[in-house]
Design a protein around this ligand. Sequence first.
Ligand code: ADP
Length: 171
Amino acid sequence: MKLTLVQGDITEQAVDAIVNAANSSLLGGGGVDGAIHRKGGPEILAECQALRASRYGDGLPAGEAVATTAGRLPARWVIHTVGPVFSRSEDRSHLLASCYRESLKVADALGAATVAFPAVSTGVYRWPMDDAARISVTTVLRSESNVREARFVLFDFAAYEIFDRVLREIG
Ligand code: ADP
């Protein structure tokens, strides 16, 4: 698998699947979630509501992932994953790693060859960027997925620089 980094907006990525840093309600929120629903249109929300009604009555648990259509976005699918809220008193890094592993499993099931990831949990969920970068990059590099390109899409240059440094250290 090729791991690439870009600075930009995940809603503009022409890949097979983009990953959404959703919340467990699957009914939309701020940050990357808000941008995906705003630009992707109501079809994505309708599928999320159907998933709540059928499989996830209590919400999608942290660390899990599920796919919907991508509506009007250039991607074909959106893979919704729920990152853990950062905690200083409890190590939740296994849940953050699980977001990437489970998203790649869903991508494999869809037959997606190119997948774009945001930095899950680093916004409203407050995960420190360098620690998140280390967990995300390590997990994706270790995965045995059939995905050809995993692209990290970092919204601002500071985040891009951190991922770039971590990738040089680990990759
Ligand atoms: P979480 O609740 O998992 O922390 P957020 O959406 O609040 O999710 O933030 C996750 C990361 O996504 C943050 O680093 C934020 O800067 C970034 N982000 C926000 N909007 C976009 C976007 N349109 N494309 C890519 N990344 C984005």
